[in-house]
Design a protein around this ligand. Sequence first.
Ligand code: TMP
Length: 207
Amino acid sequence: MNKGYFITLEGPDGSGKSTQLEHLANWLAQRGYEVVRTREPGGSEAAERLRDLVLDPQLTMDERTETLLYLAARADHLAKVVRPALAAGQVVLCDRFSDSTLVYQGFVRGLQLTELMQLNAFATGGLEPDLTLLLDGDPERLAARREERGVTDRFENEGLAFQIKVRQGFLELAKANTQRIRVIDAMQQQEAVSADLVKELEALLKS
Ligand code: TMP
């Protein structure tokens, strides 16, 4: 049986993760891989309910409450969806994962990274992605894109200073994890972004 692969896409809101994830899923399927497309927070029944809760714009939550909900969702998602798929030799493509917790709850909301890493390890049982593709782009131009799309949620409403911190957080993580995280320029034409992502995927599948 093939070895399963766990691949995550990270990046700020509006960086094109969903579109690119779909493209990568099709690319893999055309080459005979069994692909599972999923996302965090969410991806399993309980985790999708936790997603509704944690992203509810009517609710305000302190950063610890929010963190524990993301992690509870992650633990269920891994147990129900990700681990079984990897055990069956499938390729799991996941929109966001542990790096998002370090960036949003750590770099941005100010919780300690060392504590968050321990909590992440507890929620995941130590499972890490084989490859993380980080879609990086200028926050102002990404904000303009979001406006064009008319998308709003709690995080997307936080403004430019927030998005600049998000970008810096992701780039710091990429610098500290060069083996796992690949930075892709999300401001290129969609096709060029896809081509860069596929190149990274090919390298992983050959390795
Ligand atoms: P999405 O819009 O990409 O689906 O993600 C929902 C929001 O959740 C996004 O703004 C980032 C945030 N988030 C965290 O703050 N911590 C996490 O651990 C995850 C997975 C997402």
